[in-house]
Write a protein of this length. Structure first.
Length: 179
């Protein structure tokens, strides 16, 4: 199921594209941990195209159909050392959703700022049959757009200072408070 990104318009896409370029220029574009060598080479162009003209579903489909995922990857064992484990079947979906939504949220923060709006609001953009309590608790929460933008630029993994997103697959996104 696709995200319901309420402000995914031409201006938001333009701002998202600028944010992708910001990460590329800063050598900070997140590729996840499951892309193979071909996938790492293709990821940047796929993300740029998805942001400009498509969505996270299209992006996940291209990663899957392009054969851009590893079959296995090394995972640290609690007792030390590593073991090879299969890449999860939903790896492309998680990467595509997470990064497309992260750039969307960054675009919304910038859009709020350019319209003189200080705050953005968390909302459920993707339905979940079993939403996590920490995700539900954030719905309707207002965040300082400038501060959250800094946080979203700096943190690509699960940990974020402002708590948004509250982890992978949260289904939460942002909207401007004064649309």
């Amino acid at each position: 199921m696709a995200f319901n990104l309420t402000e995914l318009d031409e201006r938001t896409r333009q701002l998202m594209g600028e944010e992708v370029a910001h990460d590329i220029t800063g050598h900070n574009l997140y590729e996840g941990k499951h892309l193979n060598a071909q996938g790492k080479m293709a990821w940047q162009d796929l993300l740029i195209e998805a942001v400009a003209d498509h969505d996270e579903v299209w992006l996940a489909d291209r990663v899957n159909s392009g054969g851009y995922l590893m079959d296995t990857y090394p995972r640290r064992k609690p007792s030390g050392g590593y073991s090879q484990v299969r890449v999860p079947s939903d790896a492309a979906k998680k990467l595509a959703e997470g990064e497309f939504n992260r750039f969307y949220m960054r675009g919304i923060c910038r859009k709020a700022d350019e319209n003189g709006e200080d705050m953005v609001e968390a909302y459920r953009a993707k339905q979940s049959s079993n939403p996590r309590p920490e995700s539900e608790a954030l719905i309707g929460t207002h965040f300082n757009a400038a501060g959250l933008l800094v946080d979203l630029r700096a943190n690509h993994e699960d940990y974020v200072v402002f708590g948004l997103p509250p982890g992978p697959n949260s289904g939460l996104s942002l909207k401007r408070v004064h649309q």
